[in-house]
Design a protein around this ligand. Sequence first.
Ligand code: FCB
Length: 453
Amino acid sequence: MTDKYRFPADFLWGTATSAYQIEGSPAADGAGRSIWHRFSHTHDNTFLDQTGDIACDHYRRYKDDVRVMSELGLNAYRFSIAWGRVFPEGTGKVNRKGLDFYSRLVDALLEKGIKPNATLFHWDLPEALDDRGGWLNRDIAEWFSDYAGTMWEALGDRVDMWSTLNEPWVVTDGGYLHGVLAPGHANPFETAIASHNLMRSHGMAVQRFRSSNAAQKGKIGIAVNLEPKYPASQSAEDLDATRRADAYMNRQYLDAIFLGHYPEEMREIFGEAWPEWPDEDMRLIKQPIDFLGVNYYTRGVTRYHRELRPVQVKRVPQPQSITTQTDWEVFPAALTRILLWVTERYGRPPIHITENGAAFYDPPQPIDGRVDDPLRAEYFRQHLRAAHDALSKGVDLRGYFAWSLLDNYEWALGYSKRFGLVHVDYETQQRTIKSSGRYYASVIASNGTELAK
Ligand code: FCB
């Protein structure tokens, strides 16, 4: 076998999940409910009104799930912590039982030689904090940093990879601009404020991390979703639209973190809804991070669209490409491109691909104990090759986390989209490793060389 796709010896091979999407038991052991609980329990917000009440029942079955990870040969696992399990009111009194769940999970991972990679916020804001304004309240930066500090004290001796936030763009675009995700607001003035407070919270937490004990062995970063934008034509309007789309989705967060300012296009897009932010806020946001987490799913071929305010862009379908069940074009070359772009623009930060994966129509139930999902296996093959391509062109790529370990609750789309390497029968909670899972395991076992086949 050729060595063409061999990855570095210490490369992290993982999968990713998030708390609300897999855990279930939202009120167990004294947990405070999240905005996702409220949102999904409000009629007509999600597919068939489905909720994360049970999801994959991971809260009770985490040991079985760690066994599955071990069977796949993973050496890393990215999960998120539900803030409200630890602080039922969002601030104030710690709920020991909630915290202990994550402590047990971490121990179970370490026992199997799997490196825990913890995300502090993956969208499930405590309801109690939303009642105090949530991301619209400037105080949230302190609330978040206090919560983060508690987690470092509790787990910092065993967890050495932390992310502050998952995908601030989706939180604000879905949650505050279009209202399709919790908390379901649709107001551009709020979008700007929520976005900025997410970044301030990130910055303050990173600052706090540096003075904590956890920092001595641990690393901290953030996971952003990046989507390279390609113009649908060379018309001035489409080129301008592409520039705005890129600023809104990609540079808004990365320029703030690495360069200390927002892209000029933010004002062009939001007009008077985009305030002048104080310099000290921008200094707070621009904290050096130890790694960047990149979530990559697709590219965006972009066309100008006058009515679709405020960004005035539209994604153009690409009939020649395969699209996934969420209508995302499969386009692995854009993964290489975005990693090279980050490397050049922001001074070669260490990168982890913290999410990458696809929903396809799988057989609904295992047949003779097997779930064959060749399209998903091929998706992983192509994207891992693209990741390797970036590595060989000089990107400091340290790890890859497939989305997702399990079929799970896909937010407003409920259980209608399956992203797992492992099939979940939601009636029985039976787990079955899909053929894509077996394939990923073979790639891991060969440290990538299997990708040449
Ligand atoms: C990402 C989210 C993740 C999952 C995947 C499909 O945007 O971070 O929770 O929903 O998309």
